[in-house]
Structures are given as C-alpha cells and as structure tokens.
Design a protein around this ligand. Sequence first.
Ligand SMILES: Nc1ncnc2c1ncn2[C@@H]1O[C@H](COP(=O)(O)OP(=O)(O)OP(=O)(O)O)[C@@H](O)[C@H]1O
Ligand SMILES: [Mg+2]
Length: 404
Amino acid sequence: MESSERSSSVPTQALNPFMPGAGIRPPELVGRERDLEAIDRMVARTKLQLMNQGIIYSGLRGVGKTVLLLSLQEIANSKGMATARIEAEGDPRADYDKLFREIGLLAARLQSSTLQDKLSNVISNAESVSLSIMGIGGSVTVSDSDELRTSSLRLELVIESIVQQLRAENSGMYLFVDELQEMDKEPLGTLIAIQHRMGQENMPFYLIGAGLPNLPGVLSRTKSYAERLFDYRTIGQLSEEDTAEGFQKPAQRGTRPFSDEALKELVHVSHGYPYFIQAYGKAAWNVSDSNPISLDSVKRSEPIARAELDQGLYASRWQRASLMGREYMAAMARVSGDVPCSSSDIAEDMGKTPKETSAVRDALIHLGLIYSPERGKVAFTVPGMGEFITRATPPTGQAYDQTR
Ligand SMILES: Nc1ncnc2c1ncn2[C@@H]1O[C@H](COP(=O)(O)OP(=O)(O)OP(=O)(O)O)[C@@H](O)[C@H]1O
Ligand SMILES: [Mg+2]
C-alpha cells in the first residue's frame, strides 16, 4: 500500500464507492439523461393539465431498470407528483394487496379529508356494485374470480377518485411497477384498462413499468391495445463514454481516479453493462495500491470481479434451474453463446424434437432465466450467462451442483 494511503485514518477499502447489487443505487447514474429529462417533461405537462403516455422500460438483468425507476420516482415526487411503487409478484391477490397498500399510503399522504371520505365510500360501494353487476346479491358465497373482479373495480374507483383530486391541483398520479412482466394477468389487465380509460378522460394517471425484454409482448397479449398506449423504451448497454464516466466520476470523487489505460481496460471488460461497472469498479478499487489506480491493479482485480459476478449473478441463477433446465441452457450456450438462438437448433443439439424440449423451455422462461426475443427463438436474460456456462460447466452440465 502507498504511504499516503497508509497514513489515512479510514481504510481505503471502506471508501470504495462502487456497489454491485440488485436495486442498489449506483454512485453515478450514467447514460440515463434522456429518461430523466422525459420525466421532467411529463411532470411539466401534468402541471399544465396536458396529457402524457405511460412508459414501459424493458431490458436484461442488471442493466439498471430498478435504479432508474427509483430515480424517476424521486424526481416526480420532488416536483409535487403523487407517486407509488411496487414490485409485481405474479399472484393476483398479492399483486392487488401491494397495489392497495401503496396507493392507500399515497392517498393518506395527500392529507385530504374529503378524499378520505370519498375513498371509504368508493371502497364500500365497490363491493355492492360489483356484486350487483354479477347479479348475485350480497348473501351468496363469493368465488375467487368474483373477488378478483371486485378488486379490479375497487382499484379503478380508488385511482379515479385520487386522480380527480390531483388533477384539480394540477398534479398527477405516477405508479411505478418493477418486474411488471411478472404481474398476474388479472391485475395487469386492470392496470392497462385503467391507463386506457384515464387517457381517454384526460386524467393524469401514469403507469411507469419496468421488466425483462418480454414485457412489451406480455402487455400486448394481455390487452391488444397496450401496444399503442405506452412509450416503449429499451435499456441496454451503455455507450463507451457513459461507461467511462460510470467508473471515473465516482473514483475521482473518492480522490483516487483511474489512469487512462486502467479506464480503457475497464470500459473494455465491462461491455457497458451497469452491473459489471459496479463489480469491476469495486474489485479494482480494492486491489489497487496506487493513485491513480493503474492498469496493473485493474488486471489483477479482474479475476476477483469475475468470481464475484459468477457467484452473485450467474451461479445462483444456474442453481435455480432443474437438471433438464441446465442441460437446455448448456445447449443454448453451445449453439450460440450469448446471442439469441432458435429453439429447434437447441433441440437438435440435445438430440430431441422441439416438442420434447418445449416444457423445459417454458419452465426456464417462467423462472426468468431465458426469454423469447422473437417467435421460435430464446436468449438468456442475464448478459454473459452463455459465456459463464461455457466456462464453468463440464459437458454434462453438472457444474455448481454442490448445493443440490
Ligand atoms: N446507469 C447506471 N450507471 C451506473 N451503474 C448502474 C446504472 N444502473 C444500474 N447500475 C448498477 O447496476 C446494478 C444493477 O442495477 P439494477 O438492480 O437497477 O438492475 P436491474 O435492471 O433492475 O436488474 P434486474 O433485472 O436483475 O432486477 C446495481 O449495482 C446498480 O447500482
Ligand atoms: Mg431490478
């Protein structure tokens, strides 16, 4: 360690600004200026009672969807919009519960007694209205699907009441939903329908969702008009310039920048993936014994970063798959590495027919490990998963099997 660092009272590692992890705010949110400007514009228009579209972000694992939603919510909040955020679960009751809880808190924060009265009326009315719509009266046993219909109606009425009040105050409701592709189709259909109706009625309700690359397809399968309802944006790899900034700005603030060669190497190995920026940045900072951080330190830190990525990003996902699922993913890696490949080529590689492999493919899609970028094709949801499998698994697909 250098003498200047040894003399410092705080250990250098404790000052490490880089933080790989799911949903952990980066020290510098790079490459998202356009999205931050878009939310600024939306808020400005909402204040003028002009309409906007909801936004749908889609991208692979670790590209920064969650932290982007967090930043957008923070901006909307700080500019006087009423916001709520949930992470979808995939169970209709759990999804509705989360929606009611967070939207209930949003309403409570508005501190309006007229709104509270209106909401309690709306909620009790929703039960009886939905029962009479079903034509069964209050005393008949209510089935699961009736209960979901009641929740759907109640959600619509609650949102409508809140948004009416917000509009009168030149504000609006911004609902952020992470992992939206996971949401059960019943609450998802309800949310899309609400977005549709609110738009027609010039009411400021905006769904801002994020999820895996299959999200746009999930939405249009749920309601075909969803295609025209939202502003669809993909988030992926960052430009070289933004990637360099993602490394250098936090390091400079920590008064230990990267040398030009070190930075070039980091930009190269991280491929512009936000999660990789944090993982490689963290390892390089910890290994370095020089200021500025040298190319040599970066080179020495790379195996450490890769091991952390293997453990944190890849191995846990690999272990989530069944043995058949692992064989399928190993075949994907063999056939085309990290680029999308055709399901029939994978089946052929496994010595099976496409029909014989469709159940395992669907199970992997359900687990969120792979997705279908277009009909008849599959791809990994985690960048670099194919490379990991090729590197870490013997041909039998048994690697990282210790936990089973
Ligand atoms: N724009 C960015 N600049 C720098 N680092 C970022 C950026 N966006 C995200 N990160 C970092 O990348 C990592 C992953 O971010 P995040 O959890 O938001 O990704 P995600 O797309 O939601 O992933 P998942 O699909 O697994 O939920 C975090 O450590 C975060 O700090
Ligand atoms: Mg996320």
